[in-house]
Design a protein around this ligand. Sequence first.
Ligand SMILES: *Cc1c(COP(=O)(O)O)cnc(C)c1O
Length: 710
Amino acid sequence: MIPTTQPIPEKLSRLPELAYNLWWSWTPEARTLFKQLDYPLWRSTKHNPVQILQQITPDRLVRRAADASFLRQYRKVMVKFDKEMQDNDGWFNTTYPAKKEKTIAYFSFEFGLHSSLPIYSGGLGILSGDHAKEASDLQLPFVGVGFMYPQGYFRQRIPSHGWQEAVYQQLDMDKAPILPAADANGEPLNISVQMGDHKVYARVWQVRVGRISLYLLDTDVEENSPWDRELSARLYSGDRETRIRQEILLGVGGVRVLRALGINPAVWHMNEGHSAFLTLELIREKVAAGMAYDDALAQVKFHAAFTTHTPVPAGHDTFNFQMVENYFNGFWDEMGISREQFLSLGAHQEAWGTAFNMTVLAMHTAEYINGVSALHAKVSREMWQGIWPDTAVDNIPIIPITNGIHVPGWVASENDALFKKYLGKQWRKQHDQEAIWGKLDDISDKKLWKRHVILKNKLLSFLRERTRRRWVARQLDPTQAMTNGMLIDPDALTIGFARRFATYKRATLIFRDFERIKRILLDTHRPVQLIFAGKSHPADDPGKSLIQQVYNWAKENQLGGRVAFIEDYDIQMARYLTQGVDVWLNTPRLPREASGTSGMKATLNGIPNLSILDGWWAEGYNGANGWAIGGKQFDDEREQDEYDANSLYQLIEDEIVPLYYTRDSDGIPRGWAKIMREAIRTNVPAFSMKRMVKEYTTKIYIPAMGGDRV
Ligand SMILES: *Cc1c(COP(=O)(O)O)cnc(C)c1O
């Protein structure tokens, strides 16, 4: 049942259904519909149709229902919606008709779907959200399992001293596009999990993402003690104890959610090791049904897939044995194994001693393992060689499947219209096919450039409006208003850098030689400006220190207002930034950027990358579609930074600035437009979520269902 706070006119009766299916968010016609329903509300709710329907005046609704052109638009959207929700002529159904009754279960700690549902922190969550959206577009039999965090990840505030502050806000569940999930009998779905000496209960929320559903666990229920009610309140904020409890809830509880729904997946995909306890629950189920442990493990393994996401050791969850024992004492009996056998499933030598490592557990219990780029898979094979002591490193079964982005969700509507016109109406369905992108040649430099200028201005007005609102709300002092981008110049070459502030991403590399960057930024005729955004994990002081350094450069009068730090990076800001800057910068310490995806979003909108050849860019760069920083490897980090910074400055001074500012008589930078076009043509099909989900399907999902391994 869809709750509404007010009656919806009969003629528009399906608006709530549409508002509660995030399909609207990547469908331009549906976005336009909600925008036209009430534009001021569209803006003030940050594009949240659930809230628009709650706040719109009855009078306005009645007038909309009497507006013939609005009704036409509404009917058109609903026809499209029904077609896309019900037709079975999509890729999966036509390619694997014999497999359509199977289910792929996808477990992730976070899902980044829309700003109205803040249950993600960064790249991992965005990837999960995009994976779910594309699973719908390709018609995969797919279901997601995760958490509903009422306080989500934190909102970032940067006071004028520059030290990031974390603000947690309680999400009003009524205003989010979530509904209570019902079990097979139509009753509200609840599950419980044994957690040490007592049971923890959870209710379950359902999110509709096109054709598929996500089920989100929430422990804020009366049956739980206050401590347990808080268990799923926040993403990544607790200590180790909270973390293991969250992971038990996701892994063990998540399996129980699917069972209660009557869903019996043929594939269990663990996105990161957080959910790896699920394989233990699956083994326990089989042993309880009478199977021997070895057979149970073999069967579970056959159907399990694991994606690892980082080559940084601290990015892999570990728990000390004592903690694992406290929670799993007795569980191993139910699995038919000893304590030692149980602990050895996750045992790994860490810097501080032997511990239980979730990546190791996942690798021991999943047949299908992959890294998220070619380079990352290679580094992972070396990193986890110890798990396969008898296998040569090149034969270790960690395959690469490079990440991608959900193209319909990240494309600017202006570009969507352009691609539709030049590549054909079907471009959204065929965007992973290289051939269609040849037609980009028909788009003139002038068109490409003019459209970019429009998007750049949209970004700048977004920043101004945001700052203005905060100013009015007395959240900013004058200095903060400056640092948040008030001095940004629409005509200056603009370099964007927005991502998590972790030290390996080296956000301050570009400031390494102050006099040199100052010269670059302040050039009278050919100025350059830098826009930064990004959060640091609340416990990561070195990361926060980088934010503070960048923030201080943004305050520095000597840099002439050419540096901005926009606080509180989120999915909406990511959209504006990856559509509106001129160049997308990334400076990770090789090879720690497993993939990176923000640069892919930029190329989709014609913004070339300027990046270290790490992660996806090592595959994406072709010499003519952007720029590669560095190229030489040093053992010493200072030497490396020195070399990479120098390379970065040289590229900006010798190539990027001249190319950007060389205009023809119409004011069009011809050379620049060529790079923009090449970036779109080569990067979009290769780094699309469509290509990625198809690859997961053929290489992992189909074989794990018992089909042929491709
Ligand atoms: C895309 C995205 C990310 C991931 O960016 P990386 O390039 O992988 O660091 C993080 N946060 C948000 C909000 C995003 O949209």
